[in-house]
Design a protein around this ligand. Sequence first.
Ligand code: SAM
Length: 217
Amino acid sequence: MRQHAPATERNREPILEVLLRVLPPWGTILEVSSGTGEHAAFFAPRLSPRKWLPSDPNPQARASIASWRTHSPSDNLYPPLDLDVRAPVWPVEAATLPEWLNRSDFDASPLVAIANINMIHIAPWSACLGLMAGAGRLLPPGGILYLYGPFKQGGEHTSPSNLAFDEALRSQDPDWGVRDLEDVVAAASTQYLTMLETYKMPANNLSVVFQKDSGIR
Ligand SMILES: C[S@@+](CC[C@H](N)C(=O)[O-])C[C@H]1O[C@@H](n2cnc3c(N)ncnc32)[C@H](O)[C@@H]1O
């Protein structure tokens, strides 16, 4: 049940360092595409008193996230949500929340940030657009969208290993591939999300931090 992705052990400390710098000090962080759930189990206790809400559309991933949650319990770690970012309404904005997600708890600790690690290149571009649309609908002004992964910059790969990774992804699925940071920033801006900062991360990855603005332009 508990799946293991070796990269999570290598990237979790550097990601945590950035999250501690950029996340609001309280509120709920929705993790989109939590995968194995190892990040959720690692980050939740280290980011308390914030609450961590993991999610994934894949039932096997959700089973693994639930298993990690049992293995490494943390009272600020929610069970996983079934969330596909392309859905026009996400479960956290639906009239009926999952029964374990108490409306008054959620209101007391509202959504202030969304974290998405290693998804937009391993999914069709529509997933990036869905992520931006959801972040645009759900984040309050000042809320944070955190992305982690490999990016092209100025149309160029930033390393030979990212080029090779991109080719491998595209041969697996032509709709996948390392995204151009400029395209991602443009998609974000249509949803009133402004890029605040990028951080160079190990293995030629980037952390990209967006902030929701007031929507008044
Ligand atoms: C490479 S894994 C990354 C998992 C984890 N964040 C990590 O870094 O180990 C990509 C994840 O994206 C999820 N995913 C793919 N398409 C998605 C979508 N449309 N909405 C939400 N998650 C999606 C997959 O189910 C998978 O768990």
